[in-house]
Design a protein around this ligand. Structure first.
Ligand code: BGP
Length: 461
């Protein structure tokens, strides 16, 4: 038996923008995704936008009943900033405030541990339009005010707060690359956005502890180790730099309170350091997180760049490292992501050895599969591949815990099939199937299995 520690949390993660949907008179303001979909629907898989998602705003009570049916002892979702402050700051949308209160109360009534994330890629559009979004330092202060409101309003119900989910993703996809709105391709803007996001996270940690020193707040990072193609010094260097950009850019300031010197040097040499004040660096140093959330789907494998960069082209990560496709890798063909369970063990070791073995929770891990209907038998999707995927990762997590990892829970992505940014409804991740036509919810085999896993606090070898 792989037995997990007493009080280990079992549950799932989701986000407001991917589940709630828009409704007439709900008073929600646009966020970046609502806006972008309106002006460029062609950028979304089969033109599927964020209007309906999984209609949680309408079906939340029914959905929360399913939490217990699938064995949840913990649940993570996010508040949409634009639902509470439609313009990002100023006037409050009371319907939105009440909605989250009802949802959180119900979760607590069920005895479920509640983790609430305050930002999941969803900046209120008004702040982008009027103030240049995260390129403007003011956005960090607007964010602090919004989070302070949440700590005061819901602090009695929330067990663990989260400042940001995967903050490197909007930096990389929205500013270095042409993948998420505002798709700028501008390294100087990207660095500014990253710094202002970190500043915002530290400001939220500060506000949270000001509201109540006993509140617990963390950040969720996609912490993949970077594995070099070979031990050639240039491949090793590429991996080191990849990790600086992808992981340490937020991990170090959030947990250790300062930026890695090598990262600062790389930026300084290219004249990319953002405007900063010593007061802000002190604020970051003094407001580190209480715990970490770790999302893990795939490892990062890199090699030294093959070509010297065109000096006139915009600075992209490829100037430092390029993706390495390892022959013989195991892959989830639907998402195109490598599956490498041992990465989880390596993350745990890294946190233990280099980050003071800070407490952490695995906040996302899961398998997105296209066309799951073909696995239906007797009315239930037989997603044994998902059960195997989770078990394989849990074996590595178990081994890590045996070796001293301070991991307190496992949250699968995700609870009910939901809308997935650029991929719409293509890949399904849920323990519960969502019929897009009827909005009917049906447990998959993995949903039943997850309950057994949670009740046994482990599984048979
Ligand atoms: C994570 C995000 C989630 C979720 C997940 C699956 O990076 O935090 O919001 O979407 O990835 O990825 P995708 O939806 O792109 O398949």
């Amino acid at each position: 038996m792989y037995q997990f520690p007493k009080d280990f949390l079992w549950g799932s993660s989701t986000s407001g923008p991917q589940t709630e949907g828009r409704f007439a008179q709900d008073g929600k303001g646009d966020n970046l995704w609502d806006y972008w979909y309106r002006i460029e629907p062609n950028r979304f898989y089969q033109g599927q936008g964020p209007e309906k998602t999984s209609t949680f705003y309408e079906h939340w009570e029914e959905d929360l009943d399913l939490l217990l049916e699938t064995g949840h002892t913990a649940f993570r979702t996010s508040i949409q900033w634009s639902r509470i402050f439609p313009e990002g700051r100023g006037e409050i949308n009371q319907a939105g405030v009440d909605f989250y209160r009802r949802v959180f109360e119900k979760i607590k009534e069920k005895g479920i541990h509640l983790l609430v994330n305050l930002y999941h890629f969803d900046l209120p559009m008004a702040l982008q339009e009027q103030g240049d979004g995260w390129e403007n330092k003011e956005t960090a202060y607007a964010y602090q005010e919004y989070t302070r409101f949440c700590f005061k309003t819901y602090g009695d119900l929330v067990d663990q707060w989260i400042t940001f989910n995967e903050p490197i993703v909007p930096v990389e996809f929205g500013y270095f690359y042409d993948a998420h709105f505002p798709h700028k391709v501008d390294a100087a803007a990207a660095v500014k956005v990253a710094y202002h996001t970190q500043l915002a996270s530290s400001l939220a940690v500060k506000a949270c502890h000001e509201v109540d020193p006993n509140f617990r707040i963390g950040i969720v990072l996609n912490l993949t180790p970077a594995y070099p193609r070979s031990q050639h010094p240039e491949d090793v260097k590429a991996a080191r730099i990849a990790e600086l950009f992808q992981a340490k850019s937020f991990l170090d300031p959030s947990v250790l309170g300062h930026y890695p010197e090598e990262l600062v040097e790389i930026l300084r040499e290219r004249d990319l350091l953002p405007d900063y004040d010593p007061f802000e660096l002190r604020l970051i140093e003094e407001n580190t997180v209480d715990y970490l959330g770790v999302n893990y789907y795939q490892p990062l494998r890199v090699a030294a760049p093959r070509y010297a960069p065109n000096p006139a082209s915009p600075l992209l990560f490829e100037q430092f490292y390029e993706p390495y496709v390892m022959p013989g890798r195991k892959i989830n063909p639907h998402r195109g992501w490598e599956i490498y369970e041992q990465g989880l063990y390596d993350i745990a070791q890294n946190i233990k050895e280099n980050y003071g073995n800070i407490e952490w929770i695995l906040t996302e891990n899961g398998m997105g599969v296209e066309g799951e209907e073909k696995f239906r038998k007797d009315g239930v999707i037989q997603d044994d591949y998902r059960i195997d995927f989770v078990k394989d990762h849990l074996r590595e997590l178990h081994r890590a815990i045996q070796d001293g990892a301070n991991c307190k829970g496992y949250l699968i992505w995700t609870f009910i099939d939901c809308w997935s940014w650029l991929n719409g409804y293509k890949n399904r991740y849920g323990l519960v199937e969502l019929d897009l036509e009827s909005q009917k919810r049906t447990l998959k085999k993995s949903g039943h299995w997850f309950k057994e896993l949670s009740q046994a606090n482990g599984f048979e070898k």
